[in-house]
Every structure is written in structure tokens, then in C-alpha cells.
Write a protein that binds this ligand. Structure first.
Ligand code: CO
Length: 280
């Protein structure tokens, strides 16, 4: 069997986001601006309150989806309509911003480990102005499959090993899996042939396809005839996110918190936000 290889390796770049939260970015960088439909991937990981305490005060989004996956620590989420919720360890929030939301995401702790990811997923033109939608998934609602080789697969979205993730109804049919590979192990995970995909290693190291990846590195999966990705570890365990989704193949215009199809639509988003008609 032929497996997907890693076509490009992107090492995370440090940046400050929100009101001054230290993050490590791989998608949405000069090295990898856009991996259709993935617009951005940030990892935040710190035990120092100063790295995250400022949080993400009120800010808008239009035209795409934001996905927050927490490994450790807690954040409080609140939007302009009074929707609020708490994101604890192991939980996921899949937010379809659609035509617009204004929200904040603030830490619920002043120190201690805060570790997680924010992913941005583009919406097709036909869904960009849809009504906002939240899928708040508590940790206990995310199922885990374990392979014979002891690899554990936490399935957030899509289907792996007959296990279905709880996130549903997403336009790009995403696969989102948190994979833990023990040392001296291997596993093969099916990835839909027509999907763009990547892995992001966040602990340990291992071989993906034919390339060695270490924590803080993203590997873009090659496209082609193969339908699976192969992960192999030796002396160290490896933990990674495996993501794949249907590419949109549409024109994309982005600026700050807005992702549309044309510059005119971006201009309109800024005008709507300025005029207060953004949320109409
Ligand atoms: Co946001």
C-alpha cells in the first residue's frame, strides 16, 4: 500500500495574538499561508500566567469557523448575544461564525498550565453569511478508539476505526483526530482521498510517511492516489493532531478577522462592523 507522504514541513513561529497571548503558529504564516480550507493553526502552551492572562477580549469574525481544542486549563467564552460557556481540559468548541459574531475568550486561571489549539476553517461562499452556530463539546463526549498496537485516537470530527466524532454538519466534512502513538509503535489511519490534510506534532517525535517530525512541526500531507497516513515511532512516543477536509477551490480574500471571497466583501465586512450593522 502506498501512503501519503509529507510534502512540506512547517516549523511553528512564535507570535502574540489577542491582547498579548503567546502562541506558536504554523498555518497562516509566510511558509504556509493557506492549506485550503485551513486558514490558521495556533498552539498555545504555557505555565506562566503572563503568557495568556490578557486573553482574547471582544473581537469579530465573519466568513469562517474557529475551532478551539483544550488540552489543559480553562477559558470562558462569551458573545454579543449573551451565549457563554466554559472550555475545560479536553473540550472542543466548533464555532461557525457565518455572517458575524463578536466574542471574547478569556482565561479562567491566573497561572498554571494552559495548553490548546485554535484552528480556523474556511466556509464555502454559499455558507459565509449563514447564521452563527456553536457546537460546544465537553471532554466526556469525545470518543476514543484504541488500535491493537495501543495507539489512541480521540475523534473530534469525522470517522476513524468506526468511531464517529461528535462535531457534525460542517461544510468541508472535516476529520479532526488527536492521536497518541506510544514508543516503538506504528499505525495507519485512513484519510479521505480528495481531502487536503496535515499533521501537527505537539509532543515527542516520529515518522509521518517518510519524514521525521518533532514537536512544533506541521507536515502537509501529499495529495494523490493514497488513502491513508502511516505513523511510526521508535525511542520516543508522539502525540499529534491529524486534520483533513474537503478543499473549497474558491477565491479567498482575508484580512484580520474576516475571510471572504473578494476584496469588496472584506471592505463590506469592515464597513458593517464600523456602522454597527455587522450583526443584523
Ligand atoms: Co475569536
Amino acid at each position: 500500500m502506498k501512503y501519503r507522504n509529507v510534502a512540506q514541513i512547517v516549523s511553528a513561529q512564535e507570535a502574540l495574538e489577542g491582547a498579548g497571548v503567546r502562541i506558536r503558529r504554523t498555518i497562516g504564516t509566510p511558509q504556509l499561508d493557506y492549506l485550503d480550507p485551513f486558514l490558521l493553526l495556533d498552539e498555545f502552551k504555557s505555565t506562566e500566567g503572563a503568557d495568556y492572562i490578557a486573553g482574547f477580549p471582544d473581537h469579530p469574525h465573519r466568513g469562517f469557523e474557529t475551532v478551539t481544542y483544550m488540552l489543559a486549563g480553562s477559558m470562558r467564552h462569551e458573545d454579543h448575544k449573551g451565549n457563554r460557556g466554559e472550555l475545560g481540559p479536553g473540550s472542543v468548541q466548533w464555532m461557525t461564525a457565518g455572517r458575524g459574531i463578536v466574542h471574547s475568550e478569556m482565561p479562567m486561571q491566573e497561572d498554571g498550565l494552559m495548553w490548546g489549539f485554535q484552528l480556523w476553517v474556511n466556509l464555502p461562499a454559499a455558507h459565509k453569511m449563514t447564521a452563527p452556530r456553536y457546537q460546544d463539546i465537553p471532554a466526556e463526549a469525545i470518543p476514543t478508539a484504541t488500535t491493537q498496537g495501543g495507539v489512541t485516537l480521540r475523534v473530534v470530527a469525522g470517522t476513524v476505526e468506526g468511531t464517529n466524532g461528535p462535531v457534525e454538519g460542517i461544510a468541508t466534512s472535516p476529520l479532526y483526530v488527536d492521536v497518541a502513538v506510544p514508543k516503538d509503535s506504528e499505525c495507519v489511519i485512513p484519510v479521505p482521498r480528495e481531502h487536503n490534510g496535515f499533521v501537527y506534532v505537539f509532543d515527542g517525535e516520529g515518522v509521518v510517511g517518510e519524514k521525521l517530525l518533532a514537536a512544533g512541526q506541521l507536515g502537509v500531507l501529499s495529495r494523490g492516489q493514497s488513502e491513508a497516513v502511516r505513523l511510526v515511532t521508535t525511542a520516543q512516543p508522539m502525540r499529534l493532531l491529524l486534520l483533513a477536509a474537503k478543499p473549497l477551490d474558491e477565491p479567498m480574500a482575508r484580512q484580520g478577522p474576516f475571510v471572504m471571497n473578494t476584496r469588496e466583501e472584506i471592505h463590506e465586512a469592515f464597513e458593517d462592523y464600523k456602522r454597527g450593522t455587522f450583526l443584523g
